[in-house]
Design a protein around this ligand. Structure first.
Ligand SMILES: Cc1cc2nc3c(=O)[nH]c(=O)nc-3n(C[C@H](O)[C@H](O)[C@H](O)COP(=O)(O)OP(=O)(O)OC[C@H]3O[C@@H](n4cnc5c(N)ncnc54)[C@H](O)[C@@H]3O)c2cc1C
Length: 421
């Protein structure tokens, strides 16, 4: 299989290749296009994602997407829960509420949204497709890249055809299982956390138990497990994520989703949960898929010359702060800002991006680990947690996450248009 040089990229515009067309890659394409770059996104999947589960978009992420011109469409496609109800999973009792809706909009100037991942992918890809300077190539896997004095040569494969693309820089956005991140010496490698997230979506029909509402988010906490539910698509669908301990001695294989084969073992995780929710989770109405959770402790090197890491490839984190996607979106905004400010010095811009992201992302990752401990506390510590939660005033709950949600790009300007030929 001989590699054919890709002649399509030889123009005088600064061309960046983005490896991976997930949330990180597509947001980066949009943000960098605004700074005058020509972007080629290479995505190994044969087409845009049309299945999957939901994702919560916290105000820090929503604000960036708004700035990229997606706000109106997002407001049409997403749902906006009024609050997150925090429950003791065994009694079912509501311990407290974290107000979203107007409270969050007023506090942070942007909403807290939930959306089906396929709908978010459609919005991001649609926006990219409307810009001449962004090209998304599906069914094209990046195999490797070579750094040289003029930038980087990216080797990719589509079917049996191999290609070489010469670019000014490479943005590695190929997710938690990144094979390309190893181009960067001393990058953070994710390790297995000992937990698995079971995901399911369900139509919002009569079978949903009282206590799981489509217009609100619910968090149910139990020793060694928890459940998050929220409605999507105007309340027509419910998204469920149940996190439990991984029971096998052998670690799960990297990069593989796990079908639910042992129902009895799965059901055991919810044996002490309140009956309506436990019966629903263990009924055969739900089609669960397991996602073993791998995470790094903190980001390490994020760039090396003209190659840079963003999203899960840079800092795979536990999902307990609902921030992996949000941090990927922030990465894209900061990367574009640095590249726009340091024209002609891409390696310098990538290095600056790395410096600017390190502290914040490390702190968010530590918060996700802390939330895991709190959500999964064993008895009797869980009694103390529940007592404290019941008596924590709303203002204090909000203050704990203000630092995450109020994030803004410094000197943010959303007026730049993508420059197309
Ligand atoms: C259970 C769970 C719940 C979560 N909930 C939330 C939440 O509510 N809010 C939130 O912000 N985050 C959440 N996250 C985290 C979030 O899903 C991820 O952080 C986010 O999807 C990362 O985006 P990404 O673009 O970096 O990676 P991905 O979404 O994995 O995208 C990587 C892309 O690269 C492609 N690719 C891979 N290798 C190659 C290659 N060699 N060449 C070309 N293409 C390639 C893949 O096909 C894929 O499309 C959750 C995660 C989990 C596990």
């Amino acid at each position: 299989m001989a590699a054919a040089p890709d002649m399509g990229t030889t123009n005088d515009k600064r061309t960046l290749v983005v490896a991976g067309g997930g949330i990180a890659g597509l947001t980066a394409a949009l943000a960098l296009c605004r700074e005058g770059f020509r972007i080629i996104v290479l995505e190994r999947a044969p087409s845009r994602r049309s299945e999957g589960a939901g994702i919560q978009l916290t105000p820090n992420a929503f604000r960036v997407l708004d700035g990229l011109g997606l706000g109106k469409m997002l407001r049409g496609a997403a749902s906006f829960p009024e609050h997150i109800a925090l429950h003791n999973a065994s009694s079912g009792a509501e311990l407290n509420r974290f107000e979203l809706g107007k409270t969050i909009r007023k506090r942070h100037g942007a909403p807290y949204a939930v959306i089906h991942r396929a709908d978010l992918a459609a919005l991001l890809a649609g926006q990219c497709a409307s810009l001449e300077d962004i090209e998304i190539r599906y069914d094209e896997q990046v195999l490797d890249a070579a750094v040289h004095a003029n930038g980087v040569t990216v080797l990719s494969q589509s079917g049996t055809t191999a290609r070489e693309i010469n670019a000014t820089g490479l943005i590695v956005a190929d997710g938690v299982w990144s094979s390309l991140a190893d181009i960067i010496p001393d990058r953070a490698k994710p390790e297995f956390s000992g937990q698995i997230a079971w995901r399911a979506t369900a139509l919002n029909e009569g079978t949903i138990p009282n206590g799981i509402e489509a217009n609100n988010t619910h968090l149910w906490m139990a020793p060694n497990s928890h459940l998050v539910t929220y409605g999507m698509r105007m309340g027509r669908e419910i998204n469920l994520v149940a996190v439990t301990q991984w029971a096998d001695k052998a670690e799960p294989k990297r990069g593989q989703m796990i079908p639910l084969t042992d129902r009895a073992a799965f059901n055991q995780h919810f044996a002490n949960w309140n009956a309506p929710v436990a019966e629903y989770l263990t009924s055969d109405k739900l089609n669960w898929t397991g996602w073993p959770l791998f995470a790094a402790e903190k980001p390490r090197a994020l760039s090396h010359g003209p190659v840079v890491l963003i999203g899960d490839a840079a800092h795979a984190m536990l999902p307990f702060a609902a921030q992996g996607g949000a941090q990927a979106i922030e990465d894209a905004a900061v990367l574009a800002k640095c590249c726009g400010a340091k024209t002609g010095d891409l390696a310098g811009a990538f290095a600056q991006y790395g410096q600017e992201r390190m502290e914040r992302v490390s702190k968010v990752m530590a918060t996700a680990r802390k939330n895991r401990r709190i959500y999964h506390l064993p008895q009797p510590l869980s009694f103390a947690r529940n007592f404290v939660l019941r008596h924590t005033p709303q203002e204090r709950l909000q203050k704990r996450v203000d630092w995450i949600y109020r994030w803004k790009l410094e000197g943010e300007s959303s007026s730049k248009e993508c420059i197309s030929e």
